[in-house]
Structures are given as structure tokens and as C-alpha cells.
Ligand binder design. Structure first.
Ligand SMILES: [Fe+2]
Length: 636
């Protein structure tokens, strides 16, 4: 039945009345809209149909046959990472709607939660009849076992005169499991994701060491590159330590967040309700007394909780020195390393992080900048652990700097500029706990840092940036304070773009008020390069100001686009949100300012010397550099 709903969106304090017709109802996803129906979601690679699971009523299975069983083959207890094979047996007629969910903790209420149906509106998905009061970590259809549907693995249950009169079938699927501290169980459902009912549940499986220190990741704390922060996760609340260099150590400070810390409006959010998962304890310690551009080793943990492996890491180039090599991208997220579906999957994330891992291993990266939309956990908190596991080979070896995005911060009535439900009620709390950046205080996630010849100004597009705001004043002060003799280059970065050819859905990708408010500061303070994400592709501009090209790059001898900033013209913008989320296409007609476009997964390389910035877009389609340009400046 056709129905109309009215939603108020208060954008930057100016309410916009939005009348949306819902049939079916429409959720908002990062500037796009997706039909909330199985047919609308199937084939949309960024969102699996599994997202519908919490909007299905849990039916009672017809009396299951007595032979049904679910068994788990794994290391007992569970290691920090392994593949767990789950076998269901005793199935009389295998059906393509049979599936298995991994649920944690095992004592979660997964039977029914009809009272909470209204809460699901807070995901931006309008529906009723939630299935699971506690959302599964992941799930797989048994048809992933190619022999299951044709009963390739048989067991004889009843014989008569040496003839088997009742055969049952079995099937096995494999789950990639990492240490999430809380015990897990596997639940055998039939009825698909649309009409599910529970057939059998496994015994709970415990992790051997829920206190194990894991997922250590580095960040810089200042421009000297003589101190590095290490942040890690453990089920242990007692302070631990990082041991590094030749016999140095630092004790950790311990923090965490609780379900009560998750934000909400009149209705509970996913983070506060069915998406909650205990994060354990987040430890952080600053390794001091280092030298820039050096390799050291460390391990972290304690005698009682255990120790991490020994890891080599690289300190960045100090601010004011010459050469620096950075990898940057936005909107990466994570994807499962098995055949599972999860609530939110970013299909390009694994290939991109593995390519960056190779660059880091070759010693060619000083630091990484991930400019918003970090894990896409969006209120389903166990996905932070899987994300931290995914980036660990990179983030444990070089500084992993971040900016906040809409999927970390935005929520209704939470103080975010955009009152969309994009963070699922996280409201930046898990983000700033997992990724402490050199910001001045909580919920003010803007900062700057010098690396080599580049000054990075990192802002939050999700916090107030209007002219009277604290952030605006900070941006102005920060840009004015740059010593260009030390760092001749200024890169300004955040999450939402000022320009994009991709128009977006109901909520546009570009907020003109943001561009109008902040762009004059970039011009005034001669920002060289502006990097944003949020839109999931790669795009680069001319010298751009107020929507118009103020100049064009020249071709150098090898035909490479070269922007000459000796006599400053205007900022150059690049969108680099192509690191994982399903890609955005470009319209046929684009503005004159858009010089290069690529709708491909990949990442961005920045190499700086005092004379030149060399920029490259590395595409995962070709595993090659698909755009390259330079910015030069003659010495004064
Ligand atoms: Fe975004």
C-alpha cells in the first residue's frame, strides 16, 4: 500500500522538510538510496541481503526431524584466528533456504523481539518485525557446499533387510573467525533470510584467551615523528605495556565504552540495542624517544594477558624534512574472508588493503591517511574487531591517521551537522576510542600534522564548520600558522567533498553550504591540494574555486599534467573515496572542472619533496597507476 512519511532533517540548523514516498520504504546510504526490498538489495554489492535479517519475523519451525544436528570442527578452545567448519547433518531434504548464522555471545536472545521493531527505524531502514534481538556476526547458506543440495554426503538412518530406507544428508561450510573475546555459537536456520526459523544450535565455543592483546595500530602524535602511539584491544582491563626499541617500555592507559555510551534519540539505536557487542578494553600507549624515518620493533601485552608477536614498524619523516611518501583513501570498510554475508560489506576493501600492505612491506610508505567512513560498523560493533584485524598488517607497521566520516559520527539529535542515522548510534565514540588522533579533546576530531614537506590539515565535515564555529576558527588559525619554508605544501582533507560530479541520491553528495563557508579559507591560505572521500570513485579537478576553473595544468615533457603553484591560482581537488565501498558511476555530462575520473577501486599515493608533489591514483582493476599528476612550485 502506498504510504507517505514525513521526515525532518535538520541540516546545519536549517530544517529541511523532506517528503518521501515509501513503497517500499527507502533507507539512505552515504548519499545514495537503496530500495528496501530483497529485489532492491540483491545485486547491490555494497549491501548484502543479510541486512534484511533483522526485519523478518522469526517463525516456528515445523517439528524438526530427530536426526538433525549441527557440529563444529575447530580448535578447542578457539585460537585468535582460524577457519571453523560447521557441519549440519540429518537433513532429509536439503533446501536452498538452509543457512547458518554465527552469533556472539552465545547467550544472546535471538528468539524474538517484537517490542523493539520500532527501533529499527533508527537504522534508516523502515520496517517492522525484527527477527533477532541480537544481530548475527555473519551467516552463510549451506548451498555454499556444492554437494549439499544434491545430497552428496549421505548417512543411512534406517535399515530394513539390509536396505537403507531412510537416508539423510549433510553439508559443511567454513567461517573465518577472529578473536572477538565473547563466546560464539552457530545456529542452523531454514527459510532463508525472509522466513527464517531455528532448527538447531551448536554448543558455545570459547576463545582460548579472551584477554589476548590484539589489533595493535599506530598513529602519530605530533610532527616530530619521535613519538608514536600504539592502540590495541584486549579483554583485560588491567594496564598492559608496549615494549619497544632496545629495552624501552610504556604502560597503557585503558579505556572502553559501554552500551550506555552509545547515542540514541527517542528510540534506541542499533549500537545501543541489537547491534551492541562488548568491545573489551582499548589500550593505548605512546612510544617516546624515537627517531624519525627509522625502523624499530615492538610487542605489546602483559605477563598475565599474553604478548603480541614482535612487529617491526617505521616512524614517519619528520615535519620540515624533505621526502615523504603517503598512501591516502576514504571509504574503505571491510569484507569477510569467507563466503559469508554480513550486515554491511565493502567489496573492494580486501584487495585495496592487501595492495597497500605490499607497499608498506616494501618500505615505501611513511604513513596512511584514511579520510572517513572507516569500518562501516555503523552500530554493529563486532565489525570494528574484524576491521581492525583487516588493517592490522598495515596499521601495525606505519602510522594510520584518520578523519571522521558520516558513518562514524552522524545520528539524530547527537550534535552532528547531518542528522542522518549513518553511524547507527555510534556517534563517533568507538571511532575516537579506537583511533585517538592528535585532536584537542573529545568529539573535536580535527587536527593538523606535518610530515616531510607537507602540512596536513584534517577536519571533520560532520562537525559544525560554519563561520562562528570553533572548528572554523581553528581551521583559519591552523592554515594561517603554516611555515611554508618548512612545509611548502598544504593538503587540506576531510570526508565530504566540496565538488563531485556524482550527484548522490536524496541527500546530495556535496553540501553547497559547506563549500561556500570553508572554500574561501582554502583560497586565502593557498591550500595546494584538497582531498575528500564520501563519493566512491576517483576524480581530479583543475585549479578550482567557486565552481570555476581558475587555471589548467600544463603538460610536462613526458605529457604529465603539471600544476604550477609558483604564482598561486586556486586549490586542486581530488576525490579518493574508492577504497572499498561499492563504486559510484559518473554521469554522462560533467562540469568543466572535472579533468580525470575513474570509477575503480584503488588508493592514492602522495610523494612530497620541497620542490614537488607527485600524486598517483593506483587502480585495482589494472594494478597500475591510472592517473598521475604533479604540483610544482619554484623556490622563492
Ligand atoms: Fe561517507
Amino acid at each position: 500500500m502506498e504510504m507517505a512519511k514525513r521526515i525532518w532533517f535538520s541540516l546545519v540548523g536549517q530544517p529541511i522538510f523532506l517528503l518521501v514516498l515509501f513503497s517500499p520504504l527507502i533507507p539512505f546510504v552515504c548519499g545514495r538510496n537503496v530500495q528496501n526490498s530483497p529485489s532492491g538489495l540483491y545485486g547491490f554489492t555494497g549491501i548484502s541481503s543479510f541486512r534484511l535479517i533483522n526485519r523478518r519475523s522469526l517463525l516456528t519451525c515445523p517439528d524438526p526431524n530427530p536426526y538433525l544436528a549441527i557440529n563444529v570442527t575447530s580448535v578447542d578452545p578457539l585460537a585468535n584466528e582460524q577457519n571453523v567448519t560447521v557441519t549440519v547433518s540429518g537433513v532429509i531434504i536439503p533446501d536452498k533456504s538452509d543457512w547458518v548464522a554465527m552469533i556472539s555471545p552465545s547467550d544472546s536472545d535471538v528468539s524474538s523481539c517484537p517490542v523493539n521493531s520500532i527501533m529499527y527505524q533508527q537504522t534508516g531502514d523502515f520496517s517492522s518485525l525484527p527477527l533477532l534481538c541480537h544481530y548475527p556476526v555473519k551467516a552463510q547458506f549451506l548451498s555454499m557446499d556444492p554437494s549439499y543440495l544434491k545430497c552428496g554426503k549421505k548417512e543411512c538412518r534406517t535399515h530394513a533387510s539390509n536396505v537403507c530406507v531412510l537416508r539423510t544428508c549433510s553439508g559443511s561450510i567454513t567461517f573465518h573467525v577472529v578473536n572477538i573475546r565473547t563466546d560464539i555459537e552457530f545456529v542452523f536456520f531454514t527459510g532463508g533470510f525472509e522466513t527464517p526459523c531455528i532448527l538447531r544450535r551448536s554448543q558455545p565455543l570459547k576463545f582460548a584467551n579472551p584477554k589476548m592483546p590484539l589489533y595493535g595500530h599506530l598513529s602519530s602524535i605530533d610532527s616530530t615523528a619521535t613519538s608514536m602511539r600504539l592502540t590495541w584491544v584486549s579483554g583485560d582491563r588491567s594496564p598492559q605495556e608496549v615494549q619497544y626499541g632496545d629495552g624501552k617500555s610504556q604502560k597503557s592507559t585503558v579505556s572502553t565504552f559501554t552500551r550506555g555510551d552509545m547515542c540514541t534519540s527517542d528510540l534506541a539505536s542499533p549500537a545501543k540495542d541489537f547491534g551492541w557487542h562488548d568491545p573489551g578494553y582499548i589500550h593505548s600507549a605512546v612510544m617516546t624517544g624515537l627517531q624519525s624515518s627509522q625502523t624499530y620493533s615492538y610487542r605489546y601485552g602483559s605477563e598475565s594477558a599474553g604478548w603480541s608477536e614482535k612487529i617491526n614498524f617505521h616512524t614517519p619523516t619528520a615535519g620540515g624534512s624533505d621526502k615523504v611518501r603517503i598512501v591516502a583513501f576514504g571509504d574503505m570498510g571491510k569484507a569477510p574472508r569467507d563466503l559469508s554475508v554480513e550486515h554491511f560489506i565493502q567489496p573492494g576493501s580486501i584487495m585495496v588493503i592487501e595492495a597497500i600492505e605490499k607497499e608498506v612491506a616494501s618500505g615505501n610508505v611513511d604513513a596512511v591517511f584514511h579520510i572517513g567512513d572507516i569500518s562501516y560498523a555503523t552500530g554493529f560493533l563486532v565489525e570494528w574487531d574484524y576491521f581492525l584485524h583487516l588493517i592490522h598488517p598495515v596499521a601495525s607497521r606505519v602510522s594510520y591517521m584518520t578523519a571522521i566520516g558520516n558513518h562514524e559520527r552522524d545520528y539524530v539529535d547527537s550534535g552532528s551537522v547531518y542528522e542522518t542515522p549513518d553511524s547507527g548510534g555510534e556517534c563517533g565514540i568507538p571511532y575516537e576510542t579506537y583511533f585517538p588522533m592528535p585532536s584537542s579533546s573529545k568529539d573535536k576530531p580535527w587536527y593538523s600534522i606535518d610530515m616531510g614537506s607537507i602540512h596536513f590539515t584534517v577536519i571533520s565535515t560532520e562537525h559544525d564548520w560554519t563561520q562562528e564555529s570553533e572548528q572554523y576558527k581553528w581551521i583559519e588559525k591552523d592554515l594561517a600558522s603554516v611555515d611554508r619554508s618548512k612545509t611548502p605544501w598544504v593538503i587540506f582533507t576531510g570526508h565530504r567533498p566540496m565538488y563531485s560530479s556524482q550527484g548522490g541520491g536524496i541527500i546530495p553528495s556535496v553540501d553547497q553550504r559547506f563549500t561556500k563557508a570553508v572554500e574561501p579559507l582554502l583560497m586565502k591560505h593557498k591550500v595546494d591540494l584538497v582531498l575528500f572521500g564520501h563519493v566512491h570513485n576517483y576524480e581530479r579537478s583543475c585549479f578550482l574555486y567557486e565552481g570555476e576553473c581558475k587555471g589548467m595544468p600544463n603538460k610536462d615533457k613526458s605529457g604529465l599534467d603539471t600544476y604550477d603553484n609558483t604564482n598561486y591560482t586556486a586549490p586542486i581537488h581530488a576525490i579518493i573515496g574508492m577504497a572499498g565501498f561499492s563504486l559510484d558511476a559518473f554521469p554522462i555530462i560533467v562540469g568543466k572542472w572535472s579533468l580525470v575520473r575513474a570509477s575503480e577501486f584503488g588508493y592514492f599515493r602522495i610523494q612530497g619533496t620541497k620542490e614537488q608533489l607527485s600524486l598517483e591514483f593506483v587502480s585495482m582493476r589494472t594494478e597500475n597507476v591510472e592517473d598521475k599528476f604533479n604540483i610544482i612550485k619554484a623556490k622563492r
